[in-house]
Design a protein around this ligand. Structure first.
Ligand SMILES: NC(=O)c1ccc[n+]([C@@H]2O[C@H](COP(=O)([O-])OP(=O)(O)OC[C@H]3O[C@@H](n4cnc5c(N)ncnc54)[C@H](OP(=O)(O)O)[C@@H]3O)[C@@H](O)[C@H]2O)c1
Length: 271
């Protein structure tokens, strides 16, 4: 496993995304992931699977302290009392005393951010949250958040078709983790001819090339979702090859600003 060092802490750079993993599929995938060596799990109150993940964590032969566990506050839970209540409910479902990272899932109530972050700080002071973070924050929103609280992470859509150059620059400057979500462009990256050609050259799968490329960026972690054991295993096998500078540039050249995750409550990305 490769680690990303953020604010002096080493975080497993490759995590498991769990959006749309439900019920027994979720339990099986998370258990297999832990068995294969995943030590970073990404969930959210909105995914409805914290209970399943908690069941697996409760029985897995892996110490809780070895796992970097992240969850996200739902859009309806930004009020300070809801931040505390919903996080405590998350902890109960996850069967743990603390999460490693608590993220504001979307900047839907940006004006309320000082109060939301203040409530998150309270949870940190109580030992229930190790690090505070945000998700889907644009560069100016992130800069504002940094003025209000120590921010450990911004989790955003990031893959070869959507470069995040401004956020990458900010992540390096302020030493926070930029976690790439939908890192495989929800599967779209797997059909790209340039990625396929690079993958062939290395006897690798295009998904592995994309993950290798993402993790070659400073301060970047990635949380691909996979449900089959074969995909889980394959996505973890990205630490035994390297891309040349030319290949990295070719991949960077695929950026076309394609945003897949863009719900009606998303921020104005260009601002
Ligand atoms: N913060 C946010 O607002 C936000 C938004 C979106 C996502 N996320 C997080 O990011 C995670 C990942 O994003 P995502 O689920 O949108 O998309 P993704 O990870 O880019 O792609 C997942 C898709 O790729 C397939 N796949 C995975 N590994 C593969 C491999 N080695 N070969 C071929 N296909 C492969 C999966 O299939 P199988 O399932 O069949 O293996 C699934 O269909 C989410 O699960 C969630 O944790 C966060």
């Amino acid at each position: 496993m490769q680690y990303v060092t953020v604010q002096g802490e080493e975080v497993p750079a490759l995590g498991l995304g769990t959006w749309e993993l439900d019920g027994s599929d979720c339990r099986r995938a998370v258990a297999e992931a832990l068995e294969l060596g995943y030590r970073h799990i990404d969930t959210a109150q909105g995914y409805g699977n914290e209970g399943e993940i908690g069941q697996v964590l409760g029985t897995a032969p892996v110490d809780r302290g070895e796992i970097f566990l992240a969850t996200k506050i739902d859009n309806s839970n930004h009020a300070p009392d809801a931040v505390r209540r919903s996080t405590e409910e998350s902890l109960r479902r996850l069967g743990t005393d603390y999460v490693d990272l608590l993220l504001v899932h979307w900047p839907v109530e940006f004006r309320r951010l000082p109060a939301t972050l203040e409530a998150m700080r309270g949870l940190h002071d109580d030992g229930k949250v190790r690090h505070l973070g945000v998700s889907n924050f644009t560069p100016p929103q992130l800069e504002r958040a940094l003025e209000l609280a120590p921010i450990f992470c911004d989790q955003v859509e990031f893959h070869p078709f959507l470069a995040q150059s401004s956020l990458l620059e900010l992540a390096r400057k302020h030493d926070f983790m930029l976690t790439a979500y939908s890192p495989l462009a929800r599967g779209a990256a797997l059909a790209d001819a340039v990625l396929a050609e690079i993958a062939d050259r290395h006897h690798k799968h295009p998904a592995q090339v994309v993950l290798r490329w993402l993790l070659d960026h400073e301060n970047v972690a990635a949380v691909p979702k996979a449900s089959s054991r074969a995909h889980l295993e394959s996505n973890l096998a990205v630490f035994d090859f390297s891309l040349s500078g030319e290949e990295r540039e070719q991949i960077a050249g695929l950026d076309r600003g394609d945003r897949i995750i863009d719900p009606p409550f998303a921020p104005d990305w260009e601002r």
